[in-house]
Design a protein around this ligand. Structure first.
Ligand SMILES: [Zn+2]
Length: 636
């Protein structure tokens, strides 16, 4: 009650002062944290969800040369980073992510990795910043804080300045316990989170100081990558970006098929088992140098292996002026079902480009790399590091899910450390739109509903707006708040707004914020702007509050009005089947928008001259933690 009063007063004051109320629409309807409010005052962001006139973000372009040994798991590298400080701030320190320091002795981890997996972390051999060598013995200047390397600067970095940072380092790629990457067998390795990476410096938190403990994911600046990798002569490498020197590396047959795949809309087996048997894969006996380039990506990863098969084809995007997409599936010969994955990837990318979100795939290549495990997957730009589930619908769903991350968080640059629901929710919801039409026995949507129902409304079901870093290792809460609940939220927002309005809002949001760093309120406010309405009735219970799915038939009045109560407070669609004693039946359906006035109950009038025999509320596609009050038998 007090809150209601306060918010009305706030609105009234704005009106009385004759302020430009339209610029701050419905701002009283959400809790806006103070640090987010500051971004409106600084005008880096606008309260209507658009970047502000003072919006900025920093940029890091990487040139990396590294050597990787599949046998010993050792990686050594040198990099040159061109770091553009586009902020208005003078930076008196630089912060790097050394993600493999999760294995470093003494660091926190969300689960026990075992004694034998613990090591010394990233060994920095030298670091120079704008030509000045950093003294690693000077504890006042250099500190390791979790997976962060913090370097205080005698010569601070000026606003709007370009800076050159050079690092050489060594690393043991994890081969005893893998965490999202590592050595999976003697012949398969996936390398990610491997180079000293400039942490994000943004308009909300300044330096991102959230350390990596395993559960909570990443947040990256955008930039170009020019990467050269040296390997032994018997391994093949696939990576983020486009290979620049394939003709120097591949045997003529592989090279010819690789080029053919770049013009083929059917799947071309680029590397086959027979090519290994005939030793006709790679041409150099003394080792290979792989050169890749990628533009405006937030990260760079690569997979390498011996004896791995490679299928590829090219998808020409009908609605795009951008380049075509080279789609690849790379897999060990033991992963039999993976011969379908290139086609699954095509279907997924085509669907996302044309239908949902209906924005052309933003990169020129996408490789799904199979690590030989039988489940799980991890996304990175243009590369997915996946297992091989036995079930085809699961394999399709996993392939789609990891590729969906290309849009969120990579194209969109969201912060997964705080708001994983801004990417995992989409990557969970979108695949269901296709899986249910291709694999009709799988019931993806119904499974998601049951999954949500099983925990919704429990203490562990916390609002997605709680920062992921605070949930840390609480896996069930993290999973529910990042994947399941937001997937349901997007689904019912789509139901509330309808296809046209929803896709217009989503595309507008994505076009405005691509390659930037959108935050939750940016997303919410753009949907409100496009819908031209206050959607707090929807977003508050789904994202900010501990509301849960529970509709119930409360009563039938004397004049045959059925009262449906929203006991859990989550806006959901209503479908009510009414059977009358004369043998007739009637179905009443309402979209999620039926709750837009924040009503606690819905009154459904039925013909007063009829006698109701029984009423059934809901179906398998709408979550409900208590279905006992969804059925009422009035006359037996
Ligand atoms: Zn995901």
């Amino acid at each position: 009650m007090l809150l209601m009063f306060k918010s009305k007063m706030f609105f009234l004051i704005l009106l009385l002062q004759g302020l430009t109320v339209a610029v701050i629409p419905q701002s009283h309807n959400y809790f806006i944290p103070r640090n987010i409010q500051k971004t409106y005052h600084k005008q880096t962001r606008q309260p209507i969800g658009l970047p502000g006139v003072n919006y900025w973000q920093n940029r890091a372009d990487y040139q990396i040369e590294a050597e990787i040994d599949l046998e010993t798991s050792l990686l050594s590298g040198e990099e040159s980073i061109n770091y553009l400080n586009q902020s208005p701030d003078t930076l008196d320190r630089l912060v790097f992510n050394l993600y493999q320091d999760i294995f470093r002795k003494g660091n926190s981890r969300d689960w026990d990795l075992g004694k034998e997996a613990v090591n010394d972390g990233t060994e920095i051999q030298s670091l120079t910043i704008n030509g000045i060598e950093v003294d690693f013995d000077n504890r006042k200047q250099v500190s390791r804080q979790g997976t962060k390397l913090v370097v205080s600067l005698d010569h601070p970095i000026k606003p709007k300045s370009a800076n050159e940072i050079k690092v050489s380092w060594k690393l043991q790629i994890p081969d005893k316990r893998t965490v999202r990457m590592g050595k999976y067998s003697d012949s398969i390795m996936f390398v990610a989170y491997w180079y000293p990476q400039i942490a994000v410096y943004d308009d909300i938190d300044g330096w991102d100081m959230i350390s990596y403990h395993g559960s909570v994911e990443f947040y990256n600046e955008f930039g170009n990558f020019d990467v050269t990798l040296h390997t032994s002569s018997d391994v093949v490498v696939w990576a983020t970006g486009m290979l620049q020197n394939g003709a120097d590396i591949y045997d003529i047959g592989v090279w010819t098929r690789y080029q053919a795949a770049q013009n083929s809309d059917t799947i071309v087996p680029v590397i086959r088992a027979v090519d290994y048997r005939n030793k006709q894969v790679l041409r150099n006996a003394a080792g290979n140098t792989w050169h890749f380039k990628a533009e405006m990506v937030p990260d760079f990863t690569f997979g390498l292996g011996k004896g791995m098969l490679w299928d590829a084809s090219t998808l020409k995007l009908s609605n795009s002026l951008k380049k075509d997409v080279l789609i690849s599936a790379v897999y060990p010969q033991s992963a039999v079902s993976y011969n379908k994955v290139a086609a699954y990837s095509r279907t997924s990318i085509q669907f996302m480009s044309d239908v949902m979100p209906g924005i052309p795939f933003p990169y020129p290549s996408m490789t799904t790399f199979c690590n030989g495990r039988n489940s799980g997957g991890m996304e990175s730009p243009m590369m997915a590091n996946n297992g091989a589930p036995d079930d085809e619908a699961n394999l399709f769903g996993l392939t789609f899910h990891e590729i969906a991350h290309t849009y969120m968080p990579f194209m969109m640059g969201t912060n997964e450390k705080k708001y994983a629901w801004m990417d995992e929710g989409w990557a969970t919801w979108w695949p269901g739109l296709l899986v249910d039409s291709i694999f009709q026995q799988h019931h993806y949507q119904e499974r998601t509903v049951r999954n949500f129902e099983s925990s919704a409304g429990n203490e562990t079901d916390v609002p997605p707006m709680i920062l992921n870093q605070l949930l840390g290792s609480n896996y069930s809460s993290l999973r529910l708040a990042s994947y399941v609940r937001p997937a349901m939220a997007y689904h019912f927002l789509y139901d509330a707004l309808g296809n046209d309005l929803f896709t217009r809002a989503l595309r507008y949001y994505m076009n405005v914020w691509q390659t930037k760093h959108p935050m939750p309120m940016d997303f919410i406010r753009i949907f409100e702007m496009v819908a031209d309405s206050d959607l707090s009735w929807f977003f508050n219970p789904w994202l900010f509050e501990q509301a849960y799915p529970d509709l119930g038939i409360k009563k039938v009045t004397a004049d045959n009005t059925i009262v449906v109560e929203n006991k859990g407070g989550l806006p959901l669609p209503v479908s009510l089947s009414v059977a009358y004693t004369d043998g007739t039946q009637e179905l009443f359906t309402y979209s999620t928008a039926v709750w837009k006035n924040d009503d606690k109950a819905l009154l459904i009038e039925t013909p007063s001259e009829k006698h109701i025999r029984e009423i059934t509320l809901g179906d398998k596609k709408v979550p409900d933690v208590n279905r006992k009050d969804n059925y009422l038998l009035l006359i037996d």
